[in-house]
Design a binder for this molecule. Structure first.
Ligand code: XMP
Length: 318
């Protein structure tokens, strides 16, 4: 029967058998899946694993620097590539959610390909694909949800990369991935991180994306997430984040009338992201968080809390 230890042992063996002395490139995202995949591969093939961590400029506040340092501390052979400007440039003026995903996905492929081409003789591309990603992309080819969203992890290999794929987590679920990560000695805080979408804050800024809006949402998000941690609520929530709405509303500040942005906070309970319920966060927490956001983040004068379940809503707003 399945245990994380036997999984690690068998998978390390299988990876060695599959890739031999071949070099493997892997894109790290900061998330649990790609991290566990990288540590497994590192255990199996060591320096033949080349990790690339791209900053798309749409990560959480300080995430790129913090997570890159954490990866290095774990002994991973990782290169950080700050491509924020390139992504922002590609996103300029785009409002449609699917076009944003495409712009972000294409920019990622370009940046990743540039980096992978700098490495010589790479034969394999490793990915942190897990079982639910596999099912969701299969159902997305024919099901009624086919055009709702293009999830990016599966089947997105561009022809020109021509690499063979290795996906050590393809048969297991998220909770198993976390258990495998724990067995591998990965920091529990990293393993307990909430899921975060590949397009990042790009799909949490409704409407067009600018550097200023990204900065604003990073501040809002940091206050919300740090608050959840400080109140011991973070681990009770499956996923949380903030959306910057394309709406201005009237407020007052002293004796001035303001006309500024509104943000929506969202926190959900879920087991796999396929269905989700909004979390009944304590009023005192919401009150404090709203005050902190409005007092500290310039340009925001209103905070709302999303009380919609999935279905019929989705977790993200785009
Ligand atoms: P929805 O909004 O569809 O989200 O209820 C379900 C889960 O998927 C994440 N999500 C994405 N992840 N690329 C990703 O890598 C995407 O384009 C994307 N869209 C949604 C979302 O954050 C949630 O965990």
């Amino acid at each position: 029967d399945w245990t994380p230890d036997s999984f690690v042992e068998e998978t390390v063996e299988a990876i060695r058998e599959k890739v031999g002395n071949g070099k493997v490139v892997l894109g790290l995202s900061g998330g649990v899946d790609s991290t566990v995949a990288a540590v497994l591969l590192n255990k199996a093939i060591g320096e033949n694993l080349y990790c690339i961590f791209v900053n798309n400029g749409l990560l959480r506040k300080n995430e790129f620097e913090n997570v890159l340092n954490q990866y290095k501390g774990m002994g991973l052979n990782v290169k950080g590539v700050d491509a924020s400007k390139r992504f922002l440039e590609a996103l300029k003026g785009i409002e449609d959610p699917e076009l944003k995903r495409k712009a972000i996905g294409n920019s990622f492929i370009e940046v990743f390909d540039d980096e992978a081409n700098k490495l010589e003789d790479v034969k394999w591309l490793a990915q942190g694909t897990i079982y639910p990603d596999v099912i969701e992309s299969v159902s997305a080819t024919g099901g009624p949800s086919a055009t709702i969203k293009s999830h990016h992890n599966v089947g997105g290999l561009p022809d020109f990369m021509k690499l063979k794929i290795v996906e050590p987590l393809r048969a297991i679920f998220k909770d198993e991935v976390r258990r495998v990560g724990a067995t591998l000695g990965i920091d529990p805080e990293l393993l307990g991180r909430h899921p975060f979408p590949g397009p990042g804050l790009g799909i949490r800024i409704l409407g067009d994306i600018t550097a200023e809006k990204v900065r604003m949402l990073q501040e809002v998000d940091a206050i919300f997430i740090n608050g959840l941690k400080a109140w011991g609520l973070y681990d009770k929530v499956w996923q949380a984040g903030a959306m910057l709405l394309p709406v201005n509303s009237v407020g007052v500040m002293g004796d001035e009338r303001t006309y500024e942005k509104c943000v929506a906070l969202r926190a959900v309970e879920s087991t796999d992201g396929m269905t989700a319920d909004w979390v009944n966060l304590p009023y005192e927490f919401l009150q404090k968080t709203s005050n902190d956001i409005i007092n500290k983040v310039k340009g925001v004068n209103r905070v709302v809390y999303d009380i919609s379940s999935k279905p019929p809503a989705t977790i993200e707003w785009e």
